[in-house]
Design a protein around this ligand. Structure first.
Ligand code: OGA
Ligand code: NI
Length: 336
């Protein structure tokens, strides 16, 4: 049976003012009714990663991770030409004919979520998100399956490999700063998540224009399963974060990366750093795209509160779990 891709549904509904009922959220979730538009909208913190004052940098990142669980970083060292290139090869893939894209399709029934697809998690109410995606690992080389990397455009591979080199430097720096912010040695967090075996899973989200952006969502509220997520957005806003019970838009800053604290860091920090609840809205005329890189521990890696942080006064708040078991429970809606 032909799989329905949101991109095709969007093309069919382009001249209409309606969307299929499966995409209409209940009122309690509709973005038009639940987005906060006050005068005093606080901004997600923006942090300059080139700040030479490391102590200050540690403080800013640690505060943002405790209060928001999300921050934007600028001056991260990834050249802007490379960012444009990455975005253009990703966009070219989604503009290929459907049968070309399907060559990278997810393997039905497979445990892995790598590949081109439409839906990650079953929603209890049967509703759908207005988004398609492509997932593939970009690091370490032993875990890469090129079957899921587009062959078209031809420069896709080289551009993604180049981006990966820079992404690893940014990730290492963030892990170090986040460790120091907890008062432990700089290498502790990366080691806790698998050291050199940390897996980098790239996702491209493709949110086509939607005739009723007031009623639909791209991704429903969730926290990321990863340790850390480092996301590159395009210029179309849509990412929202829940702060003090209000849904707030992340503003678009050209070339900035948006860092999310994921579940594994919340666990390792014994709840100090917050795994942030976020969702995405869609746009009436424009295609939104984003490139999150999920930093995941290897399947067998056991993650629990760092022993350095656990004391009699600060008992462990979470159980130690293998990453694969945690992921299985979360993706199947079981208690973690
Ligand atoms: C995700 C996600 C946000 C975005 O893919 O997990 O939260 O801006 N994406 O697309
Ligand atoms: Ni997310």
């Amino acid at each position: 049976m032909e799989v329905e891709r949101v991109q095709n549904i969007a093309t069919l509904s382009i001249h209409s003012n309606t969307i299929p009922i499966d995409f209409i959220r209940p009122e309690t979730e509709q973005p038009a009714l639940t987005t906060f538009h006050g005068d005093d909208i606080p901004d997600i913190p923006t942090i300059d990663l080139s700040n030479p004052d490391q102590q200050n940098l540690v403080k800013l990142i640690s505060e943002a991770s405790q209060e928001w669980g999300m921050f934007q970083v600028v001056n991260h060292g990834i050249p802007s030409e490379l960012i444009s290139e990455l975005q253009s090869v990703g966009k070219e893939f989604f503009l290929l004919p459907q049968e070309e894209k399907e060559k990278c399709a997810k393997v039905p029934g497979s445990q892995s979520y790598e590949g081109y697809g439409t839906k990650l998690q079953k929603e209890v109410n049967g509703k759908k998100g207005w988004v398609d995606h492509l997932f593939h690992r970009i690091w370490p080389p032993s875990q890469i399956n090129h079957k899921f990397w587009p062959l078209n455009p031809p420069s896709y591979r080289e551009t993604n490999e180049e981006y990966t080199k820079y992404m690893r430097v940014v990730a290492d720096k963030l892990f170090t700063l986040l460790s120091l912010g907890l008062g432990v040695e700089g290498n502790v967090m990366k080691e806790a998540f698998g050291g050199e075996e940390v897996e980098y899973m790239l996702k491209i989200n493709y949110y086509p224009p939607c005739p009723r952006p007031d009623l639909a969502l791209g991704l429903t509220p969730h926290t990321d399963l990863s340790s850390l997520t480092i996301l590159l957005p395009n210029e179309v806003p849509g990412l929202q974060v829940l702060k003090d019970e209000r849904w707030i838009d992340a503003k678009y800053i050209p070339n900035a990366l948006i860092v999310h604290i994921g579940d594994q860091i919340q666990i390792a920090s014994n709840g100090r750093y917050k795994s942030v609840l976020h969702r995405t809205t869609v746009d009436k005329e424009r295609t939104r795209m984003s490139w999150p890189v999920f930093l995941e521990p290897p399947a067998e890696c056991e993650v629990g509160p760092l022993p350095q942080l656990v004391t009699q006064d600060n008992p462990p708040k979470y159980k130690v779990k293998k990453f694969k078991d945690y992921a299985y429970c979360k993706l199947n809606g079981l208690p973690q």
